[in-house]
Write a protein that binds this ligand. Sequence first.
Ligand code: HEM
Length: 196
Amino acid sequence: MTTVSNNSLWRNHVVPFTFLLGLLAAATLAGDYVLHRLNLVWVGRYLGIPGTLLIIGSLVYSLRKRKYITSGNPKTLLTLHEIGTWLGSLMVLIHAGIHFNAILPWLATVAMGINVISGMVGKLLLARSRTHVQGQRDHFQLRGLSKPEVEQAVFWDAVTLDAMTKWRKVHIPIFIVFAVLALGHIISIFLFWGWI
Ligand code: HEM
């Protein structure tokens, strides 16, 4: 039983998580390399704009979840959030890889990196909560397990859900730090361009 759940933990969560993170790093390095080779460094300088817009757009999930908007399938919007923030972060990372000019943009980039990693951890935890809550309880009862055994299963449900709640308490403040730093960077660029 423990071996089976350890295997599924690796196969369903740890491996995809490592893959998504490794792919982000590899795609950033490859994108940076290609832009330099093709003498298209200026493209990278502007990639920050669509990347930021993509990240902002993918926050529609949060508006839907908190009922600021009422249309749209939440599950689809969460998938779009995951894809949009991943792609947007890739663009911002390539954009950041082009220049080392000031500290603030790098602090914003680090905060974004932590945000992305934290998001992926959340995805992992959510998938586990879902599987547990939907299936386990009924399944164990139907199989006629003893009360302590059912209780143990329910305990794990609670722990997983609790982990998700705790995760949110970390992910949202990280997001706020990232948003403030990114806004500072954007305002300083607008000042530099003489827009404000
Ligand atoms: C720049 C990167 C990211 C930002 C700014 C961001 C922002 C947020 C915010 C603000 C929330 C809270 C939504 C709410 O409760 O209203 C959230 C939730 C979530 N994010 Fe991200 N995120 C990022 C990257 C990611 C990535 C890369 C993934 C997964 C691949 C991800 C997966 C999730 C999941 C699963 C939730 C939880 C949904 C829920 O509790 O209802 N995030 N994100």
